[in-house]
Design a protein around this ligand. Structure first.
Ligand SMILES: [Zn+2]
Length: 235
């Protein structure tokens, strides 16, 4: 009876291994969103699974009859995959195409950013490519709430001195609108700040967890390589 249960456990572990190998293989693009520790953890999981597959049936039963890491692997992989997906989603949000005018020829198009440039004042701006004049250009407005607020406050502070000389009627209207919009930009910045803090906390927690798992699996591997397979996978 006990051996039947262990046999089923082995089958489940093998099928889970194939399932996650399949999922990880299908999501190659997610791999660039993994941290160094998460990559090492995935390598160690693969190493443990490969090693388990080389054991004789009785050795496998021996491993599975005591507390072991193998049953935890799907949980580890699920957490890592989820963290990478979340990072990818956050990156994708910054790549959404927007309507903007080319700084060179004025052509108005729906464009996705081709890159990011940090100006001398530290503000980050999106760079776009104009299909009309075939030239790259940098959006004058920064691409994130913090720099955007700083840019607008600077503009509103400095512009009154020059606005009659350098702004046309539509420019003056834009200036007046920006002044009215400052509180809304402040709100957006505060909301973004809170969101970034939440993400930083989640990343810190994930970092500690994956580093902890990595270190423990590494210990088990070293122990296996030192004293043999009887202790493989035990925690
Ligand atoms: Zn253009």
């Amino acid at each position: 009876m006990l051996n039947d249960e262990l046999g089923i456990k082995i089958l489940l572990l093998i099928s889970e291994g194939f399932f996650y190998a399949y999922i990880c293989g299908m999501n190659d693009t997610l791999k660039k969103y993994l941290t160094k520790d998460e990559r090492e953890l995935l390598d160690l999981i693969k190493w443990h699974r490969d090693m388990f597959a080389t054991l004789s049936p009785s050795e496998q039963l021996n491993v599975l009859s005591s507390p072991n890491w193998l049953t935890q692997f799907p949980k580890f992989e699920e957490s890592i995959t989820k963290a990478a997906q979340n990072r990818k989603e956050r990156y994708d949000e910054t790549q959404v195409p927007v309507n903007c005018a080319c700084e060179t020829c004025g052509a108005f198009e729906h464009r996705a950013p081709m890159g990011e440039i940090t100006g001398s004042n530290g503000w980050k701006h999106n760079q776009y490519f104009c299909s009309a004049c075939q030239k790259p250009f940098v959006d004058y407005m920064p691409n994130n709430p913090k720099d955007k607020l700083s840019w607008i406050k600077n503009f509103v502070k400095k512009m009154p001195k020059y606005k009659d000389k350098i702004l046309d009627e539509s420019g003056k209207k834009y200036f007046e609108q920006l002044k009215k919009d400052v509180p809304a930009y402040e709100q957006a910045y505060l909301a973004e700040k809170q969101y970034q803090e939440t993400i930083a906390q989640a990343e810190e927690k994930m970092g500690k967890i994956s580093t902890g798992w990595r270190d423990q699996l590494l210990l088990v591997k070293v122990r296996y390589l030192t004293i043999g397979n009887s202790k493989m996978g035990s925690s």
